[in-house]
Design a binder for this molecule. Structure first.
Ligand SMILES: [Ca+2]
Ligand SMILES: [Ca+2]
Ligand SMILES: [Ca+2]
Ligand SMILES: [Ca+2]
Length: 342
């Protein structure tokens, strides 16, 4: 289903309408160029030599399965998991921004013992490179779930200053459930949202409005392949082949309306927020075991001994925010005008 927008004053030419999967590729001849708003529009502008791809209007389905419209991975696991093969593993990350929403897919598994998938988002200026305690204990963070007290002193890679945090977990104690928390980093007491049992008595499923700010989540825990257990180098081809895991739909308004590239750091933590696995995206160097609380796998009761600068590479990945579609079309029109005048 797509509608046509017509670019005025453009000479005849050919247009190829297609998508990444190749399911729908057509070559048509037009008197005027039309831009079809399906999931991927490729304009082949004969005579001008312009080849412009506009990926827009594609909306992933919130079901815990990776959609073709995500395109290529933005991060791939680099190290095997020490939190259990097919129990807790992060295989790869995929992200796309469509219609004011960030769709984020983290393939892999999350063990049903309330181990946590924590997702920190650095989407605007400021924030915390070193996580502070909650505002009841000398810091500026919300108090929900005691995450800040356990994270206080944890240092991200230089240049990553967290603004928001999501914490997701599932388990069966007291009944099957999947829970999700959202916190504004530095937002002070009460600046959080929390929801329990968002799938209604099961650990997997989908809920498009799990949190009151419009964040939706889905979880498919069926992966039985991907990376293996251990601390060796991850098989990245196997990681990229995984199609299921955690999927989120996050209104940009919930993360400060970023309009340019922003950063995400995802990691698997223990149920009490105080023992980090070796599953990060972006990944840790091959050979790295669980970080624990001291960076070397030791339990200290907090994450204050964690400094991600001590581990090669960026333990975060970048997400691009595309130009609004109207701006792309205006830019295309302007470019054509300049070419004709030139
Ligand atoms: Ca999906
Ligand atoms: Ca920030
Ligand atoms: Ca696996
Ligand atoms: Ca690092």
């Amino acid at each position: 289903m797509y509608k046509a927008l017509v670019l005025p004053g453009v000479v005849a030419g050919q247009m190829e309408v297609g998508n990444v999967s190749g399911r729908e590729t057509k070559m048509r001849r037009f008197n005027k160029f039309s831009v079809h708003t399906n999931r991927s529009v490729v304009l082949l502008l004969a005579g001008f030599g312009l080849y412009i791809s506009v990926n827009a209007w594609a909306v992933p389905v919130l079901d815990g399965t990776r959609d073709v419209s995500y395109g290529s991975a933005v991060a791939v696991q680099t190290v095997q998991t020490q939190f259990g093969d097919n129990n807790s593993e992060l295989d790869a990350a995929y992200a796309t921004v469509e219609g004011g929403m960030l769709y984020l897919m983290l393939t892999g598994n999350l063990e049903n013992n309330f181990n946590r998938l924590n997702i920190f988002i650095d989407s605007h200026a400021g924030g915390q490179n070193v996580i502070q305690n909650n505002a009841n204990n000398g810091g500026t963070n919300p108090e929900n779930d005691n995450w800040a007290g356990k994270h206080a002193g944890m240092t991200f890679d230089s240049g990553f200053e967290a603004d928001y945090m999501l914490s997701l977990r599932n388990g069966s104690f007291g009944g099957n459930r999947f829970d999700i928390d959202y916190a504004v980093v530095g937002g002070g007491l009460g600046n959080f949202l929390a929801a329990t049992d968002v799938f209604g008595g099961t650990t997997t499923g989908s809920n498009a409005s799990a949190l009151a700010n419009g964040i939706g989540v889905a979880f498919n825990n069926s992966n039985a392949a991907g990376i293996l257990g251990g601390t060796g180098a991850a098989n990245q081809a196997a990681a990229l082949a995984v199609a299921t895991g955690i999927e989120l739909a996050i209104p940009l308004s919930a993360i400060g309306n970023p309009n340019t590239v922003f950063k995400i750091s995802a990691m698997v933590n223990g149920s009490n927020h105080d023992y980090l696995s070796n599953q990060f995206l972006g990944g840790l160097p091959a050979g790295t075991g669980n970080l624990g609380g001291d960076g070397a796998g030791g339990f200290t009761g907090s994450l204050s001994g964690i400094d991600l600068n001590q581990f090669a590479g960026s333990q975060y990945f970048r997400v691009a925010v595309p130009e609004p579609a109207a701006m792309v079309i205006l830019a295309l029109g302007g470019l054509l005008l300049r070419r004709r005048r030139g």
